[in-house]
Design a protein around this ligand. Structure first.
Ligand SMILES: *[C@@H]1O[C@H](CO)[C@@H](O)[C@H](O)[C@H]1NC(C)=O
Ligand SMILES: *[C@@H]1O[C@H](CO)[C@@H](O)[C@H](O)[C@H]1NC(C)=O
Ligand SMILES: *[C@@H]1O[C@H](CO)[C@@H](O)[C@H](O)[C@H]1NC(C)=O
Ligand SMILES: *[C@@H]1O[C@H](CO)[C@@H](O)[C@H](O)[C@H]1NC(C)=O
Ligand SMILES: *[C@@H]1O[C@H](CO)[C@@H](O)[C@H](O)[C@H]1NC(C)=O
Ligand SMILES: *[C@@H]1O[C@H](CO)[C@@H](O)[C@H](O)[C@H]1NC(C)=O
Ligand SMILES: *[C@@H]1O[C@H](CO)[C@@H](O)[C@H](O)[C@H]1NC(C)=O
Length: 456
């Protein structure tokens, strides 16, 4: 048996060569090998995958291999596993009996796999994980996307055998998998977890409470909860308050419309807060005092009246703002997005007072192209690479004869804008020059009689 074949054989938990069927393709530049399980026997092209760093197995039903989970593997085979350089395995579109999964995990102990990902998989039945006791796997990143399994309730004992490994896990993603809550006891197992993404599930305010009980996820830095069924900003603040190391919180795409007034203070560690698409129509709540990136885009905000001294990136796209928020409230701002609002002018002096501003996105607004406002925007846009969406997204709304015209094309030279100011000095000059002419004429005229007199 060839080593690469053995490799896949092992991945499929000790299947005999003749029973493994599939078709593989190897992407050299990505060092990525994808094998799909097919009905014909064709493992010839597997050889090319031997040097892959990423191995992907897609499409099929592994039920018929469930029996192989109990096969014992010789030490020599385990030695070979240790030489393989694959660091990531992806299982996609598969029906996987849990006993087979448990067996695969046992082999991963001998490999260098740091990332394990399951997408669109269905786990069948249940397995006892007792043989995993105290085994610490090299996998630090575990991802599930669109997976289904038998109910995990009352399986605490089975999964307790995995705690040796789960205690060392750093990244966990469980998305689009109909998760309704994470039991408190499980949250406490993840003692070193830094990154948790449970977006696009069925989490609700109350059902989620036990998930963040005292002592759960003590090292968590990133928490993504977008597109769940969360409704209260206040409850989130209270519930997540014990996560003392939290840096990045994503609550976007939840309906946080009804906010009771809150006195809950966010932890000072929080630097990135995403409240995009949450139905907010005003923000009166305490925001994290040290927040550096705030995304409140795609809401119904009419104004933003807050001072956030450390804020570097402020995303306000797609709201209902009529004016640019006051620059003095955000002295550290580097990135500002205001596109898709109802703003009619960009106050140049104010925006230029933001000394660190590098990126201003303000297209898709209702610009007033009266001479002065248009020239103000044009002057701002002349700042090197400040406005990446200039000029194509900047059109005039008023006055009516400029509606739909690009702001860039509005004639707004200083001379034209300042007609009133220009006319006055010209008139004065004219009058003065006339006066001067009269005086000169008078001066020149005066001696004439003298000359005339001389002639005379
Ligand atoms: C390898 O993957 C990259 C990125 O996904 C892709 O651009 C490239 O075309 C692939 N090469 C082959 C030979 O499939
Ligand atoms: C989710 O997984 C199921 C199989 O379990 C599959 O039929 C479906 O197409 C997947 N959905 C998405 C959006 O990938
Ligand atoms: C596992 O499944 C078997 C039958 O499939 C069932 O009898 C047993 O109660 C299940 N065990 C657990 C812990 O769910
Ligand atoms: C965890 O996820 C983050 C963000 O996706 C990534 O930057 C980091 O490298 C991951 N860590 C591990 C150990 O996989
Ligand atoms: C969201 O939560 C509310 C109660 O807070 C419930 O009535 C509703 O059915 C939930 N929606 C979904 C899609 O789970
Ligand atoms: C906030 O969330 C939205 C939608 O979930 C996403 O498109 C956006 O990139 C996020 N913003 C930041 C700053 O990460
Ligand atoms: C546009 O700006 C000019 C000059 O500042 C002002 O007189 C005019 O009322 C504004 N028009 C609209 C529609 O706001």
């Amino acid at each position: 048996m060839h080593i690469p074949q053995l490799f896949v054989v092992i991945l499929l938990t000790g299947l005999k060569r003749s029973e493994v069927v599939g078709d593989c393709s190897f992407n050299k530049s990505q060092s990525h090998c994808t094998c799909s399980l097919l009905d014909q026997e064709n493992m010839g092209n597997l050889l090319q995958c031997f040097h892959a760093f990423v191995f992907e197995l897609r499409g099929g039903n592994l039920e018929k291999y469930a029996g192989f989970a109990s096969i014992t593997v010789e030490q020599s085979v385990l030695n070979i596993l240790q030489t393989l350089q694959v660091t990531k395995i992806v299982f996609g579109d598969l029906l996987v009996p849990e006993v087979l999964l448990a067996a695969v995990m046992k082999f991963i102990y001998y490999m260098r796999i740091t990332e394990l990902k399951f997408e669109s998989c269905t786990f069948l039945g249940n397995a006892s994980w007792f043989h995993m006791d105290r085994l610490i796997l090299p996998v630090s990143s575990l991802r599930f996307h669109n997976v289904t399994s038998a109910s995990l309730t009352d399986r605490d004992k089975d999964f307790a055998h995995l705690s040796g490994w789960l205690e060392t896990l750093q990244n966990l993603t469980v998305t689009q998998s109909q998760v309704t809550y994470i039991p408190c006891s499980i949250g406490k197992v993840f003692r070193t977890l830094r990154y948790l993404d449970v977006s696009e599930n069925h989490l609700q305010d109350q059902s989620m409470r036990p998930s963040f009980c005292q002592g759960a996820f003590p090292q968590l830095q990133v928490l993504k909860l977008h597109r769940n069924n969360l409704s209260s900003f206040h409850t989130m603040c209270e519930m997540l308050h014990q996560l003392e190391k939290l840096v990045h919180l994503d609550l976007s795409q939840n309906g946080l419309l009804a906010i009771p007034p809150s006195s809950c203070q966010w932890q000072p560690s929080l630097r990135i807060l995403n409240l995009s698409t949450t139905g907010l129509d005003h923000i009166t709540l305490p925001l994290p005092p040290n927040v550096e990136i705030l995304d409140v885009s795609s809401n119904n905000l009419h104004a933003l009246d807050l001072a956030l001294p450390f804020l570097k990136k402020l995303h306000l796209s797609n709201n209902r703002l009529h004016a640019v928020p006051s620059a003095k409230n955000f002295p550290a701002l580097e990135v500002l997005s205001l596109d898709g609002n109802l703003i009619s002018r960009l106050p140049r002096d104010e925006l230029q007072s933001l000394r660190h501003l590098q990126n201003l996105r303000a297209g898709q607004n209702l610009y007033n192209c009266s001479c002065l406002s248009a020239s103000e925007i044009q002057a701002l846009a002349s700042t090197e690479s400040l406005m990446p969406d200039w000029p194509q997204d900047y059109t005039c709304e008023s006055p009516s004869h400029y509606q739909g015209t690009l702001v860039k094309n509005v004639p707004a030279s200083v001379l034209q804008c300042n007609k009133a100011i220009v006319i006055i000095p010209v008139t004065v000059l004219f009058v003065l020059s006339c006066l001067a002419g009269i005086i000169c004429f008078a001066r020149r005229a005066r001696p004439r009689p003298l000359l005339g007199a001389a002639k005379l």
